[in-house]
Design a protein around this ligand. Structure first.
Ligand SMILES: *Cc1c(COP(=O)(O)O)cnc(C)c1O
Length: 390
């Protein structure tokens, strides 16, 4: 490789540079500029136990290492662990709890996280409580005894509420609990929870990081060596690891994260302006709005307001159901964060598992993942659908 030392590539560089270079370097044997897909399960050893850092791909794989180092760099984490899905990543964190240790979950959160905590960990002896984490003072008043983990999203899915990460992390630490932040909606480009005091940051890399609706994955980052050791142990022992092709696709997506996020944010702002003026819309939920209750906190802890927009349909559930079938470019589908725009009804789709729970969502709520298409086409598409139902 001549004189160039790539080992530390990206250290000290800006975000967009790290998105492209951190964890990645030209292949030492061929010079290939892109990290290859190491489609391999096992590795030759020079003698028993003597190898080049890789012995079996559940334990480690070079394409996965590149992804882990890359995302750790973007989140300002010393340690990063990639998983086969966001839920597998959440599961790896929750496995650190012992029976009796309580989880506090925000009362607006991804339905799958709620299902994992309430349907699998609850019955296994991990008690849980739902709390409104947007109000740290109320949380102090109603702090459940024995809480070990506070699990927060911000912005929340699907209500787009904002939680003050620094305030909740401090409060958790004063009470001997850890703070986990699901950073899927914001991405590290807009918000870096570890720098604000969180102990763990988790992602569904399926969403903005992958960015193209072609891969499912998860990630956890931390600066705590002990927590990291536990995560690595679970990753290797339980084995919910992503394959090399999935790691490659995620790395490929991350390279354009900064430019995509800028466009997602701009397009969302324009969609919000249109929605705010439309009679078929009762209320728009987006932290960039000056009258959003979390606007000030969002402006402080995020560098942009993101591409996710939710709104309440004036005509209730029926109008919402009707609306989501009338768009052409906003595809009716679960998931979010990719280049193409999506529309969905959380109550009946992504958050159906929360029905009857404290996390239940308004049945007139519609959620948009605003893509990076031409904004004139997106605005016309959505306005046309809204006109059709008003
Ligand atoms: C999608 C999602 C998850 C779950 O991730 P998967 O990759 O689907 O397993 C977790 N949290 C949030 C906020 C999500 O949107």
């Amino acid at each position: 490789m001549g004189e160039t030392d790539y080992a530390d590539r990206g250290r000290g560089a800006g975000f967009a540079t790290r998105a492209i270079h951190a964890g990645q370097h030209p292949d030492e044997s061929t010079g290939a500029v892109t990290t290859p897909i190491y489609q391999v399960s096992t590795y030759a050893q020079q003698a028993v136990g003597v190898h080049k850092g890789y012995d079996y791909s559940r334990t480690a794989n070079p394409t996965r290492t590149a992804l882990e180092q890359n995302l750790a760099s973007l989140e300002g984490a010393d340690l990063g662990y990639a998983f086969s899905s966001g839920m597998a990543a959440a599961d790896a964190i929750l496995r650190s709890l012992s029976p009796g240790e309580r989880v506090v979950l925000g009362d607006d959160a991804y339905g799958g996280t709620f299902r994992l905590i309430s349907g699998i960990y609850g019955p296994a002896g991990i008690p849980w409580s739902a709390r409104d984490l947007t109000d740290p003072e109320a949380l102090v008043e109603s702090w459940p005894e024995g809480t070990r983990l506070v699990w927060l999203e911000t912005p929340t899915n699907p209500g787009l509420n904002i939680v003050d990460i620094a305030a909740v992390a401090e409060l958790a630490h004063e009470r001997g609990a850890l703070c986990v932040v699901d950073n899927t909606f914001a991405t590290p480009y807009l918000q870096q929870p570890l720098a604000l005091g969180a102990d763990l940051v988790i992602h569904s890399t399926t969403k903005y990081l992958g960015g193209h609706s072609d891969v499912v994955g998860g990630f956890v980052g931390t600066n705590d060596a002990e927590l990291g050791e536990g995560l690595g142990f679970v990753q290797n022992s339980a084995g919910a690891v992503p394959g090399p092709q999935d790691c490659y696709l995620t790395l490929r997506g991350i390279k354009t994260l900064p430019v995509r996020m800028d466009r997602h944010c701009d397009n969302a702002a324009a969609i919000v302006a249109m929605l705010s003026d439309h009679p078929a819309v009762a209320r728009v939920l987006w932290p960039g709005l000056a009258d959003h209750p979390g606007h000030e906190v969002a402006a402080r802890q995020m560098s942009g307001f993101g591409g996710m927009v939710s709104f309440i349909a004036s005509g209730g559930r029926d109008a919402a159901f009707e609306l989501v079938t009338h768009t052409r470019y906003f595809t009716l589908a679960e998931s979010l964060g990719a280049v193409e725009s999506l529309i969905e009804h959380p109550g009946a789709m992504t958050h159906a598992s929360t029905e009857g729970s404290p996390l239940e969502v308004d049945d007139a709520l519609v959620r948009l993942s605003v893509g990076i298409e031409d904004i004139a086409d997106l605005t016309a598409d959505l306005r046309g659908a809204l006109d059709a139902v008003s």
